[in-house]
Design a binder for this molecule. Structure first.
Ligand code: HPA
Ligand code: ZN
Length: 368
């Protein structure tokens, strides 16, 4: 794990070059040469950075039952089948209700460590070589689980992620936007006071009605503390939330961002500034932000020249990890090898990893 605070103050750490040029890769140009592509077969499982992942959303039904038993918790489901039957969502809130309820099984540092190790093992098999992992401290504090327990538990698994799974990792503290800014500020203070190894903050949970402006002081404080900044915007919320996340919160990255496609002027700005959008296709289908994968705007976003990456969001709930997202996209859209390599390169460039780590991963990608 790399807390990466030293480089945290750098704005957009990408290239400083026009949008169509990225040194050493040839992968990001809007008019690519086919000779830039990695070998087709190797591209089946590309080395990628996962930038949009909620660790609590990796709790698989089996682990939920295992942890419940270990902690003497009686679940309100008779078994795996009944629980799995609830993974039918009508919108973001219907998912969040189950996501928060299932967190009841996370009680000890070991529980958080086991959940994190299980994700890392599965992510390694998906080709993930760098992961920026969000956790929701407020969702644990409200259940009486301390900051130390949740942070130390996750961090204990992240500390050896490189040796154990070949994955470099960073931790992002995400704040629940349906709670008050005072609550978020208090928790950020607690994280800073305990010197928690967080590299960034994020903003998640119920989007509509909780606009970015509500958290202006939180993001200003995090920036002053040298943290990197990202926020969910434009998942269910309007394009104006994306604009406000950039202008009011000063975020470097937008999580989801798919509704930018409703605002051509915004798309133009995001392209010009190469703002990373961490897109989660299977999540968008399962939460009904789009009707079917075939209706997903990802191909149009790529065609527009947006800096998009593919991520799994809450893979235990949405039917797949990063590799599943890529394979289903390929099946539905027949994504070219070039586009898949471009998505992988975008994920690496858009990460908060050190420049050295990014160069290593890009070399790996280009080696095909
Ligand atoms: N959106 C908002 N909040 C979340 C999500 C999401 O996709 N996943 C976990 N918390
Ligand atoms: Zn998310």
């Amino acid at each position: 794990m790399d807390n990466n605070r030293d480089t945290a103050a750098d704005p957009l750490p990408q290239t400083g070059l026009p949008a169509t040029e990225v040194p050493g890769t040839g992968l990001l140009g809007t008019e690519p040469s086919e000779t830039d592509l990695p070998v087709t077969e190797a591209a089946q499982l590309l080395p990628v950075a996962e930038l949009h992942l909620h660790i609590e959303g990796t709790l698989q039904p089996e682990l939920i039952f295992e942890l419940a038993e270990r902690n003497g918790i009686t679940l309100p489901y008779s078994g795996l089948e009944e629980l799995r039957g609830l993974y039918e969502f009508s919108d973001l809130q219907s998912f969040l209700n189950l996501y928060y309820a299932n967190m009841a099984v996370l009680q000890t540092e070991q529980d958080f460590a086991d959940m994190t190790s299980a994700y890392l093992a599965r992510a390694a098999a998906a080709g993930v070589r760098h992961a920026e992992i969000m956790m929701d401290p407020q969702a644990h504090l409200s259940r009486g689980v301390s900051l130390e327990t949740c942070v130390n538990g996750v961090v204990s698994a992240l500390a050896t992620s490189q040796e154990d799974f070949g994955i470099s990792t960073l931790l992002i503290a995400a704040f629940l936007r349906d709670l008050s800014e005072e609550s978020a500020l208090e928790v950020l203070d607690g994280l800073l006071a305990m010197n928690a190894p967080i590299a960034a903050i994020g903003l998640d949970s119920a989007e509509v009605g909780n606009p970015p402006a509500k958290f202006e002081r939180l993001f200003a404080k995090a920036r002053e503390a040298g943290l990197r900044l990202t926020a969910h915007a434009g998942e269910e919320g309007p394009p104006s939330y994306i604009i406000d996340a950039l202008d009011i919160l000063g975020v470097e990255r937008i999580d989801h961002g798919i509704r930018c496609m409703e605002d051509p002027e915004l798309v133009e700005r995001l392209v010009a500034d190469r703002i990373p959008l961490t897109v989660c296709p299977l999540s968008n289908v399962r939460l009904r932000a789009v009707d079917t994968l075939a209706d997903h705007p990802l191909p149009a976003m790529l065609a527009a020249g947006l800096n998009v990456s593919v991520n799994s969001d809450d893979p235990a709930y949405f039917g797949g990890y990063v590799d599943d997202n890529f394979s289903q996209l390929k099946a539905v859209f027949d994504l070219s090898d070039f586009d898949r390599a471009r998505l992988a390169a975008n994920s690496i460039h858009s990460s908060f990893a050190s420049e050295e780590r990014k160069a290593e991963l890009l070399d790996e990608l280009n080696a095909g």
